[in-house]
Write a protein that binds this ligand. Structure first.
Ligand code: H2P
Length: 828
């Protein structure tokens, strides 16, 4: 019985050492044990990488203790749990984050130094877990940190890609993609759970059967693949709670196809089975065009099916009917990528658990909450009906059933408004008949969330207007946030201690609103001095990195002006580069004495272009072409340097963000759903040069427009003012574009199409219209930068005003207004 097993376990616990100890002596012993037994190197002879491995295993042991206790506690309490489904998690490195959240960083640093190793050097050995593309994926990672810290009973679910986001290599200024086989050197942070596996079915056919006059559907699959769980403990900060991120890997199914083995083609039979593993091989490096890709759809269903089986199994462990399901289970779907989960739960409830449609439908509608991260209709996922019908025949039937009922209901409400009915239908007719995943998600979820207030307005008035008019109560927004643990405590230790010193407490690490307490000291010359000193140290770190990664030497006196994010036309890295050309041209045309007045700049750009996105790749090349010219021009020297940091990822961000003075977030108004990079810079006291787009509008409200450099549309104007006719294009704009066009930076032919796209009527992202205002904002930044007191004050006020943009706040809002979950804190 359970009681007996418990008593036995208690007794066995006495045989263990009890919980692991965290004094430096015990940590040393532990690290050496792992060197000897886990890494299997001699304790007399191991290098930095092996020391890092042993160190990670030692930290992992401590994580596992908390993680077990947390799950034991959740089991006992049986609270309503949240299941966070996302196809992307951009976790970055785990070591530093773990030791900080566990509260044992200093102890480890001391233990290592006694062994003759330096903690920072070992931490640098770790590669990034890059299982995602950009903002959406990093948001999931930040939210997991907050969920753990705030003690919520949560499970994250995703895919364990063998190849993460490609590595970006720059050759002659062009981007090349190389595979990121991140598991090559092992992954100490995951726990392989070979016994936790589920069969996932694909293809085949559906038959209708009847028993005792009741009709039911039977799906006989054509292919079965096994999903095996890999668990990744996520520790909270200042709590014993550690939650689980369960990632699925595909393995060939154990159900043998006797036929092919018996025909004697043993080798081929094995090779074919092995193909199953390809499902979880590779992350799609593009968030624009999954449309119609069979493998992508397979990935989606594979991850969803395994997760749903796991979740229902856990529920059934303690409940013998589904009445309480929506009171115990909340699903969060991160964009439409996991939205097949809705249909899968319906299918399991109806076909396997034999619930009737009405009951199953009610359960589903109470369980799912959906967040969209998109602004454009074109960005919404559609799956061709043919593809769905062949891969998931039963699911397609269920989607048609949902749609039929929805359409009938809608007709009763709105009458015969066929064009509206057509727009709201799950099924899109047309050359390629498709399923609209967003419509499906909205219809079946209790909450539809935007990621900033401006995004919410766009959802209501444009993207999902028809649905908003029907169900206004479903629509909400929770402005995105980022975790201050990763983005200040881990990545900017200098600033972290400075803040704690001036606030007299470390409590802000859990309650970030306390940062507002810095406001009263913003003009204090002592704090200002210390603040600048911290920045300089971070700039030194960054300057070293720039030199090793690009060969360019930069001056610490220059303003470090940074734009790092995925390369995309709407994010307008091109506007930045044209601004740099303008600056260069001005310097060239100045006499010597005027040059003395120029505020020196280092313009830093970083980010990856999706492999098939030609325009984005040209933008990267242009950046390099301009850098080549500028950096080798003796007239310019340290007044202007341009660097493109290759292979931008989370750990590079941890270095770049604390070391920047100014950061750019200049998307065309109405195009960025939220933006989260800006929040990380803000927390680190970097001034923003930004358009009033996405969450920047809310940042301005928090810090005041006078504490940043606004580009373009003013706050009081409608975010949709992007629709107004563009103001005239300036002479400066015409000049810089013609410099590129005429081959001033070389590669004339190659850049031709970029220049064409900037002509009046083709300038979709309004670079021409915003150029003058952009230059004004840049000039203003120069003027303020020379006034050190003013700049530092604005910088302190940026950090002080960043409290709202913690993912802790976002998660509290979701918990209260979307998921209905309560904290479940594991006793210490
Ligand atoms: C996306 C949006 C951002 C948003 C983020 C998280 C898809 O990320 O475009 O505006 O902040 O999701 O909600 P990104 O472009 O950075 O990859």
């Amino acid at each position: 019985s359970l009681g007996e097993r418990r008593a036995k376990a208690e007794k066995m616990f006495g045989l263990m050492d009890g919980f692991l100890k965290n004094d430096p002596m015990s940590l040393q012993k532990d690290i050496l044990d792992h060197v000897e037994y886990t890494v299997a190197r001699s304790r007399f002879n191991f290098d930095d990488f092996e020391a890092f491995q042993a160190l990670s295993h030692s930290v992992r042991d401590r994580l596992i203790e908390r993680w077990h206790d947390t799950h034991q506690h959740f089991k006992k309490q049986d609270p309503k749990r949240l299941y966070f489904l996302s196809l992307e998690f951009l976790m970055g490195r785990s070591l530093s984050n773990s030791v900080i959240n566990l509260g044992i960083r200093d102890e480890y640093a001391e233990a290592l130094s006694q062994l003759g190793f330096e903690y920072e050097v070992l931490a640098e050995q770790e590669g990034d877990a890059a299982l995602g593309n950009g903002g959406l994926a990093r948001l999931s990672a930040c939210q997991m940190d907050s969920l753990a810290t705030l003690d919520y009973p949560v499970w994250g679910y995703g895919l364990r890609y063998q190849y993460g986001l490609f590595r970006q290599v720059i050759v002659d200024g062009y981007q090349h993609e190389q595979p990121d086989y991140w598991l090559n050197f092992g992954n100490p942070w995951e726990i392989e759970r070979i016994q936790v596996s589920y069969s996932v079915k694909f293809y085949g056919m559906v038959e209708e059967k009847a028993s005792n006059g009741v009709k039911y559907k039977v799906w006989t699959p054509g292919e079965t693949v096994e999903a095996v769980a890999y668990d990744n403990p996520i520790p909270g900060y200042g709590t014993r709670n550690a939650i689980n991120l369960r990632l699925w890997a595909a393995k060939p199914s154990g159900q043998y196809d006797l036929e092919s083995y018996n025909t004697g083609d043993y080798i081929n039979a094995i090779v074919n089975r092995q193909k199953a593993e390809t499902i979880s091989y590779v992350l799609y490096p593009d968030d624009r065009s999954y449309q119609g890709k069979e493998l992508r759809l397979k990935q989606q269903y594979f991850f969803v099916s395994a997760s749903v089986q796991d979740i229902i199994r856990r529920f059934k462990d303690v409940h013998d009917n589904f009445d309480e399901f929506p009171d115990k289970v909340a699903f969060q779907i991160n964009d439409t990528h996991p939205s097949l989960a809705i249909v899968e739960v319906l299918r399991v409830l109806i076909d396997e658990e034999c619930l009737d449609w009405g009951k199953a439908w009610e359960i589903v509608c109470r369980a799912f909450s959906f967040t969209t991260h998109t602004v454009n209709t074109e960005g919404l996922e559609k799956i061709p009906v043919d593809l769905l019908g062949s891969l998931l025949p039963r699911h397609l039937q269920i989607m048609y059933d949902i749609n039929h009922r929805f359409m009938e209901d809608l007709k009763r409400k709105i009458g015969q408004d066929y064009s509206r009915l057509e727009r709201m239908s799950i099924v899109e007719e047309g050359i390629v008949k498709s399923i609209r995943m967003a419509n499906l998600s909205i219809i079946c979820s209790h909450t539809v969330n935007g990621v900033s207030r401006v995004h919410f307005e766009l959802l209501k008035t444009r993207l999902f207007k028809d649905f908003y008019d029907l169900w206004p109560q479903k629509f909400q927004y929770k402005t995105n946030g980022v975790t201050q643990r990763r983005w200040i405590v881990v990545s900017n230790p200098g600033l972290c201690s400075l803040i704690s010193k001036w606030l007299g407490t470390e409590a802000w690490i859990r309650n970030v609103d306390l940062l507002a307490g810095l406001r009263e000291h913003a003009s204090n010359p002592v704090l200002q001095q210390e603040w600048r000193m911290t920045k300089t140290i971070n700039k030194m770190r960054l300057a070293d990195y720039i030199e090793t990664s690009t060969g360019v030497k930069v001056s610490l006196d220059a303003m470090f002006d940074v734009q790092v994010k995925r390369i995309h036309e709407y994010k307008r890295q091109l506007l930045n580069i044209l601004g740099i050309i303008y600056r260069y041209d001005c310097i060239k045309n100045m006499n010597k004495s005027d040059r003395k007045k120029v505020v020196p700049r280092v313009c830093i750009i970083g980010g990856k272009a999706a492999p098939g996105y030609e325009v984005a790749k040209k933008i990267i090349k242009l950046c390099h072409a301009v850098a080549d010219k500028v950096n080798n021009d003796d007239d310019v020297g340290d007044l202007l340097k341009v660097v493109f940091i290759p292979d931008y990822n989370v750990s590079v961000a941890e270095l770049v963000i604390p070391g920047s003075d100014l950061s750019q977030h200049i998307s065309t108004v109405g195009h960025e759903a939220s933006g989260t990079g800006s929040m990380k810079f803000l927390m680190n006291g970097c001034l923003l040069l930004a358009t009033a787009d996405g969450s920047t509008v809310e940042i301005i409200e928090e810090i005041g427009v006078e504490n940043m450099f606004l580009v373009g549309t003013k706050l009081h104007e409608d975010p949709q003012s992007g629709d107004k006719p563009a103001p005239g294009v300036s002479i400066q704009f015409i000049r810089v574009v013609s410099m590129v066009r005429n081959g001033y930076f070389g590669f004339k032919e190659y850049f031709n199409s970029l220049c064409d796209s900037l002509e009046d009527d083709k300038d979709f992202y309004k670079l021409g219209a915003d150029f003058s205002s952009y230059l004004e904002a840049q000039a203003m930044a120069d003027r303020v930068f020379v006034n050190k007191e003013k700049w530092t004050c604005m910088s302190i006020l940026s950090t002080a005003g960043s409290g709202k943009f913690s993912s802790d706040r976002t998660i509290e809002e979701y918990a209260k207004h979307a998921w209905g979950i309560e904290p479940c804190k594991c006793p210490f």
